[in-house]
Design a protein around this ligand. Structure first.
Ligand code: BES
Ligand code: MN
Ligand code: MN
Length: 464
């Protein structure tokens, strides 16, 4: 372990330079214009795994973007860690809101990251965090201190729903046999408050279309006489929450697992400042479901949010028109034991039922995913806890996150494996937003912490 840590210290600058090169390739999975760059990124990840010392490095073709697989199996008596991450990124738009170009990484100091942060799309989500595992692996191999067999599965479609990874996992159960899955694609509370993510929300995502008249109409000649699809859509959406901000879809909460008072009290111990929270996103108050704290609203409670809404005239000046159609994209974040297909069906039935006469409503489901929770009384969690303690010098706290990584529930279902979520990002790192960044402290601390997980996991595994 000492050699691994000194290898890391001696190679810090190169580790950073290599990440910067990786961030220059625009691996936007959602936009077909970037398909060649996505493939190039897979090549680059594969090459870095080869250079690090992995044995079977493969670029596995799928119906979509490729999956990079690699392994180092050197002792069948040792446990096997399967590292999952993604090399694809979200689209960079709106580009003009970036203070430096999204695919030209630069290091800038911020209030939260006084030692500097790398600004680039994917810096935190997830190229930076995924690459920490490649570098930690390299350090362990080159120092001859690897204590577990390792498999890597790095995909290029996480940001578009991981549907081909689902197929890959189902078809390659033998290849993916392991004892634990390790992922860095989440966050922690603060740089001096390490935390381990113990839960992810699920997702149901729908697009709705409301049609009124068969063409756009003069709003003077027809206004007041026909259902205006935009008015109707706004009204329908507004009705999805009641005055306490509970969701009104019948059956929506039926399967929600309520936390016990003891669990909620435990959760309330995590440091949270409402004032800092408001300040960080420039709002003067929080808003949400009655009876729950902001921390709870953002993690253990299901939500419904409009992600986009459009229709009608949006050009300069005023055009007097009633649009024929109105649209919205709506996400529902789910918690155990809600089932995304069931929730989509409940939404659909309800939304169609509340559509007034004179309109026609179509609901189209998009990709979704199941929620996941990790128990804290497992050797995987304990090993992660040991690892954070070794590098941060303080105990980490378990925190359920509001985000989703749908493949985590699938790993459990298909491979029977739990996932340990060792995230090093911060909520303020602006993932999916303009000016995404990742602290140098976080990048290096992640690389230093991961080898401790391997050591702790193999120790605890052998004791079992
Ligand atoms: N890495 C994120 C998820 C995340 C971020 C979880 C921070 C916890 C903390 C992941 O890349 C992501 O963006 N997931 C999507 C879902 C996916 C189906 C597009 C999400 O949560 O919106
Ligand atoms: Mn991610
Ligand atoms: Mn993401």
């Amino acid at each position: 372990m000492e050699n691994t840590q000194s290898y890391i210290q001696a190679n810090k600058q190169r580790f950073l330079d290599e990440l910067i090169e990786l961030l220059k390739i625009p691996s936007v999975s959602a936009d077909p214009a970037f398909t060649a760059d996505v493939a190039k990124t897979a090549e680059s990840v594969a090459q870095s795994l080869r250079d690090a010392g992995a044995d079977n490095v493969e670029i596995c073709k799928t119906e979509g973007h490729p999956i990079v697989y690699a392994d180092k199996i050197f002792d069948s008596s040792l446990p096997t860690v399967l590292v999952y991450g993604h090399y694809d990124v979200q689209p960079a738009d709106p580009i003009d809101l970036w203070t430096s170009p999204p695919f030209e990484p630069v290091i800038k100091k911020t209030e939260i990251h006084p030692e500097g942060a790398i600004f680039a799309r994917g810096a935190c989500d997830d190229k930076g965090q995924m690459f920490m595992h490649v570098k930690a692996f390299e350090a362990m191999i080159k120092s001859d201190e690897l204590t577990c067999n390792v498999k890597f599965m790095i995909e290029g479609e996480e940001e578009v729903g991981s549907s081909n990874l689902g197929v890959f996992v189902k078809n390659n159960k033998k290849k993916l046999e392991a004892d634990i899955i390790l992922v860095s694609d989440t966050g922690m509370l603060a740089n001096d408050v390490p935390s381990i993510t113990t839960g992810l929300r699920g997702l149901s995502y729908v697009e709705v279309e409301v049609t009124g008249p068969n063409r756009d109409l003069h709003s003077g000649l027809y206004g007041g006489c026909v259902a205006n699809p935009i008015n109707i859509l706004a009204k329908m959406i507004a009705s999805l929450h009641d005055e306490n901000n509970h969701i009104t879809i019948p059956g929506f909460y039926d399967k929600v697992v309520e936390l016990s008072d003891a669990e909620r009290a435990q959760m309330a111990k995590a440091p949270f400042s409402k004032a800092d929270y408001c300040k960080s996103i420039d709002i003067n108050d929080v808003y949400g479901e009655e009876g729950y704290s902001t921390m709870e609203r953002g993690s253990i409670r299901p939500t419904l949010d409009v992600n986009g809404i459009w229709g009608g005239y949006q050009g300069d000046g005023a055009k007097t028109v009633i649009a024929s159609k109105a649209y919205a994209k709506i996400s529902m974040r789910l918690v155990p034991d809600q089932d995304p297909d069931e929730i989509t069906k409940l939404f659909m039935d309800h939304f169609l039922a509340i559509a007034p006469a004179g309109t026609e409503v179509v609901v189209t489901p998009h990709h979704g995913g199941e929620p996941a929770v990790t128990p804290i009384d497992s050797i995987g969690y304990e090993a992660a806890s040991d690892a954070y303690e070794a590098t941060f010098g303080t105990k980490s706290i378990p925190v359920r996150s509001g985000g989703s990584i749908p493949i985590v529930a699938m790993f459990e279902k298909e491979l029977g494996l739990k996932t340990i979520l060792m995230g090093f990002g911060l909520d303020s790192d602006a993932i999916h937003s303009p000016d995404e960044h990742y602290g140098l402290f976080n990048y290096y601390r992640g690389i230093e912490t991961i080898p401790h997980f391997f050591v702790a996991f193999s120790k605890r595994f052998n004791k079992n």
